[in-house]
Each structure stands twice: as structure tokens, then as C-alpha cells.
Design a protein around this ligand. Structure first.
Ligand SMILES: [Zn+2]
Length: 155
């Protein structure tokens, strides 16, 4: 994640959001999502100071590759992106993006993870939200949100 953020700063203005996909394992019975691998923005992503719209180019191949390498245990578990100028909490754009993920594909996941990276003067803030497909009707779908502060950690 840090490498993708640094690469984004070299390519674009520092205030532009960037992001990508999270891969790992999801255990709905234990209500745990493990993140084992991360990729940066697909080439057709939109990175601006206002928003990050994750592209889809190469994402199916990236997912397939990880699934094969892990003999089926690693899968797509969610998304990550940065909020360089805002708190690391989901925006309305983020909520609709997660609703879309939980409704798309042949077998949409029951839960999906959204990790948002933000900054404090002395370190980074990680905002982690778990979304539940069933709760999007009439609500925002969030079942858990946590913001963790990591003083001294830089990207
Ligand atoms: Zn966002």
C-alpha cells in the first residue's frame, strides 16, 4: 500500500487520492477478514484530489493469479484508497461503490472490506470499514468502523 501511495505521489500531485484492491481470506462464520496482499490502482483508475474511482483493467487476472497461487484460499476481499485531505471515513461515493461491489458478479460476497488511509501530523490513520450486503437496503451497509492511529508510521 505504501509503495502504491509513493508511486502515486511521483506520478500525480500529492493531494490526489489513490487506491487499489485487497486480497486475502474471508471467514463469515468467524466474522474475520484477513488481508494478505494488496495491489495499487489499475491503469484505468481515476485519481483526483476529490475522489478515487478504481478501474477494472487487469483486476480479474490479478484475482485469478492470487487464487491459483494460493490453491483457492486467497480471494478479493475489498478495496483501499487514500483520503489525503479528509478523515479516513467512507464518503457517500465510497458507500455507493461498496454497495456496487456487494451487488455485482455471479456470487457477490456477503461482506466486503474498505480500508482508507489518511494522515495526521505525526503518522498515518487507517480507517477500516466492513460492509454487509444485507444491510444496504435502507441503510449504509456498514457493520463495523475503526480508525487506528499509527504515530511515526510514514508512507
Ligand atoms: Zn473515499
Amino acid at each position: 500500500m505504501a509503495a502504491a501511495i509513493r508511486q502515486g505521489r511521483r506520478k500525480r500531485r500529492a493531494e490526489c487520492e489513490t487506491g487499489g484492491l485487497l486480497f486475502g481470506k474471508r471467514d463469515d462464520a468467524l466474522r474475520v477478514i484477513w488481508v494478505d496482499d494488496v495491489i495499487g490502482p489499475p491503469p484505468d483508475s481515476v485519481c483526483s484530489p476529490e475522489k478515487f474511482v478504481c478501474g477494472i483493467k487487469g483486476t480479474q487476472e490479478a484475482t485469478k493469479k492470487r487464487k491459483e497461487q494460493s490453491r483457492g484460499s486467497m480471494e478479493f476481499v475489498g478495496m483501499w484508497h487514500t483520503h489525503p485531505q479528509d478523515v479516513p471515513l467512507p464518503s457517500t461515493t465510497d458507500l455507493s461503490g461498496m454497495a456496487q461491489i456487494l451487488a455485482s458478479g455471479e456470487a457477490p460476497p456477503l461482506r466486503s472490506l474498505l480500508v482508507i488511509v489518511g494522515w495526521e501530523h505525526d503518522g498515518i490513520l487507517l480507517g477500516t470499514s466492513v460492509f454487509n450486503r444485507g444491510l444496504f437496503r435502507g441503510g449504509n451497509g456498514i457493520v463495523g468502523v475503526a480508525i487506528n492511529h499509527f504515530p511515526g508510521l510514514k508512507t
